[in-house]
Design a protein around this ligand. Structure first.
Ligand code: PGA
Length: 237
C-alpha cells in the first residue's frame, strides 16, 4: 500500500485526478470504477476541468460505480445516479451506454447484482477503482462484518452510515435502509485502487487502516491484500 500525504483537499483531488488522467491518456478504452460521497467531489471537478480544457477524452472509456441506494430512483437528488450526473457525466463525453451505476430499483435487484459483475467482466475488468472510506471503514457500502469473498450484492446499511449520510436527506427516516454495492471481491478485482481519505472525521478509520491489521470488522483492511493500492490523504495524521 502506497501512502501519499496531500497538503490539503485540493491537492488530494489533483493527485488522484492525475493518476486517472495518466491512465486515460495511456489507454483510451480504460474502465474506471467510480465512487460517490463528499470526498471525491474535488476529484471530479479536476476531471471535468481537464476534459473542458481539451486535455483528454472519455469517448472510448467506460465506468462502473460502486453502489446505489435501494428505493431511490435516478431522478432523486439523493441518488448516486444523480450525484454522478451532476458531478461528472453531464460534463464529459463518456457515452451513456458506457456509464454504469447499479440500479436502485427494488424490482430489478434479484438479477441486477450478478448482471453487474458480468458487465464488469465483459468490459475487461476495472482498470482503476476510486474509493472513499466510511467512518466505520466501509468501502462501497460493504459494512463491517462483510465477507471479503462477496461480489455485487444487496446490503443493509448500518446506523452509523445512515447517520453520516443523513445530510443528503430531510430526516433520518428518509435515509434508505438498504443498498446495492460492488462486493469486496469485485473491488479487489480492480487492477489498481486509489483510496481517498479526507478530514478529521476519518482519523480513526485512517489509524485502523495504517495499523495493517486485516479483519472483516474493518472492510477497508481487505485492501492490504491488493497489490496496487494508493492511499491519498489529507486532514488526518
Ligand atoms: P464521504 O463518504 O466521502 O462522504 O465521507 C465516504 C464513504 O462513506 O465511503
Amino acid at each position: 500500500m502506497k501512502w501519499i500525504e496531500a497538503a490539503n483537499y485540493e491537492e488530494m483531488s489533483k493527485i488522484a485526478a492525475t493518476i486517472f488522467k495518466e491512465q486515460l491518456k495511456l489507454v483510451k478504452t480504460s474502465v474506471f470504477g467510480m465512487a460517490t460521497g463528499s470526498t471525491p467531489e474535488g476529484f471530479y471537478k479536476e476531471l471535468v476541468k481537464a476534459y473542458q480544457a481539451g486535455e483528454l477524452s472519455f469517448a472510448e472509456a467506460k465506468s462502473f460505480n460502486l453502489d446505489e441506494y435501494i428505493g431511490i430512483m435516478p431522478n432523486n437528488e439523493a441518488s448516486y445516479h444523480y450525484f454522478m450526473d451532476e458531478n461528472l457525466f453531464n460534463y464529459i463525453d463518456m457515452k451513456r451506454e458506457n456509464i454504469h451505476v447499479p440500479t436502485g430499483n427494488p424490482k430489478e435487484i434479484a438479477t441486477a447484482t450478478a448482471e453487474y459483475d458480468a458487465a464488469i467482466a465483459a468490459a475487461g475488468g476495472v482498470d482503476i477503482q476510486l474509493l472513499g472510506i466510511g467512518v466505520n471503514g466501509h468501502i462501497g457500502f460493504n459494512e463491517p462484518g462483510t465477507a471479503f469473498e462477496l461480489e455485487t450484492n444487496m446490503v443493509e446499511l448500518t446506523q452509523s452510515t445512515r447517520e453520516a449520510n443523513q445530510i443528503y436527506f430531510d430526516t433520518i427516516d428518509d435515509v434508505p435502509t438498504h443498498a446495492i454495492t460492488m462486493g469486496i471481491r469485485t473491488i479487489m478485482n480492480a487492477k489498481k485502487v486509489v483510496l481517498l481519505i479526507s478530514g478529521a472525521s476519518k482519523q480513526e478509520a485512517f489509524d485502523r487502516l495504517r495499523s495493517g491489521e486485516i479483519t472483516t470488522d474493518f472492510p477497508a483492511s481487505a485492501l492490504h491484500n491488493h497489490k496496487d493500492v494508493t492511499v491519498i490523504y489529507t486532514g488526518v495524521k
